[in-house]
Design a protein around this ligand. Structure first.
Ligand SMILES: *Cc1c(COP(=O)(O)O)cnc(C)c1O
Length: 367
């Protein structure tokens, strides 16, 4: 049986470090905020080469808090991709603004810069590119569009810890970037966790206030904020795991190469594309496959778990029945939606397992 994600293997590989991290938090009763959270924020900011890291409860809150800190709310529009996890658009609605969907690029799955421009109106305030599956969006084009139309850019880096464009890390292009440390992410906690990063001092203060009841100093509430804090245990675990992130990403990249090599001669399958100079960190290894659903059943019978990220493009969900945008605006993502399939991908996956998965795919198409 090959699991889609196997977090136990990673824990087994650094059990002592993790157990020690957890027990020091318990011994020190540093349960919420405190030194383990602060040192993680410092380390993660250093890793990215940014000035500030504001920790919070999860990656969805991170987007919502960042939008609030940018002053985005009722009457504003924010452009998001059609193809992403719902948090990206949900956070826009949660601050009272309107998510406006823009179509994606067929080979890369990230937001299409030309589609962004088509959807800009006088109400547009920001763009949220998502570095989907671990491949950075076309940030050069997106930053130019943002500059031209004076829009904020908030990078959703929930799937892109360590991804790069020409050596520059995802999360260092926009006004803000948000990360999720959901357990299965490239850098994952043992529960919910998230953060916001920026080089802007003023935005840092605003986001910090919003995430912790409007206080920088205890009991001095400058505004009404909310409770979105990070636990000490998650901070300590993330600090321990951050040391391994580059190594784990390299293993993901090497696994992707092995998949690509084994799958390249199967005509019914298209392997994921990267872009020259872009470092894809393969949070998800997504193929396009003919007869996707039947292939999925075949793999399941062979003991191989797969997933679909995501079965429905956001504008097709009931949650967005009310939007005024027509389906014709999202041709590309609708077109590839029935074919996408995510294969098992984690650093600890073995060469033999990848070969077995690819052989099983070959077997399906040769029947
Ligand atoms: C995981 C994820 C989030 C949200 O993260 P949570 O920590 O689960 O709230 C946001 N955006 C994308 C693209 C994600 O994959």
């Amino acid at each position: 049986m090959i699991k889609f994600v196997d977090l136990k293997r990673q824990y087994d590989s650094n059990k002592k470090e993790i157990d020690d991290a957890i027990s020091s938090v318990i011994e020190g009763t540093a349960f919420i905020g405190g030194k383990y959270v602060e040192s993680f924020a410092d380390e993660f900011a250093k890793y990215l080469g940014v000035k500030h890291c504001i920790t919070c409860a999860n990656g969805t809150d991170a987007i919502e808090i960042a939008l609030k800190a940018l002053g985005i709310g009722k009457g504003d529009e924010v452009i998001v991709p059609t193809h992403t996890w719902i948090s990206t658009s949900e956070a826009v609605s949660l601050v009272g603004a309107k998510p406006v969907f823009a179509d994606t690029l067929s080979y890369y799955y990230t937001i299409n810069p030309h589609e962004i421009e088509k959807h800009i109106t006088p109400a547009t305030k920001a763009i949220i590119p998502v570095h989907l599956y671990g491949l950075p969006a076309d940030m050069d084009s997106i930053m130019l569009i943002a500059k031209k139309h004076k829009l904020f850019v908030l990078e959703d880096c929930a799937q892109a810890h360590g991804a790069k464009i020409d050596g520059k890390l995802a999360g260092t292009f926009g006004d803000f970037a948000t990360f999720s440390f959901y357990p299965s992410k490239n850098l994952g906690a043992f529960g919910d966790a998230g953060c916001i990063v920026t080089n802007n001092d003023d935005l840092t203060e605003k986001a910090t206030l919003i995430a912790n009841h409007g206080q920088l100093i205890k009991h001095e509430h400058k505004i009404e904020g909310r409770n979105s804090r990070l636990d000490g245990i998650q901070g300590a675990i993330l600090t321990a795991k951050l040391r391994h992130l580059n190594k784990w990403n390299k293993q993901r990249i090497s696994n992707a190469k092995i998949y690509n090599e084994h799958l390249k001669d199967i005509q019914q399958v298209r392997t994921p594309s990267s872009i020259e100079g872009f470092t894809h960190v393969y949070y998800v290894y997504c193929i396009k496959a003919l007869d996707r659903n039947k292939l999925r059943e075949h793999l399941s019978a062979k003991g191989i778990e797969t997933a679909i990220h995501y079965p429905k493009m956001l504008p097709m969900l009931d949650a967005y029945k009310h939007i005024e945008q027509s389906h014709d605006e999202f041709k590309m993502s609708y077109e590839y939606q029935p074919y996408i399939l995510s294969l098992p991908m984690y650093p600890e996956l073995t060469d033999e397992e990848i070969k077995y998965i690819c052989d099983s795919i070959k077997e399906f198409y040769s029947k």
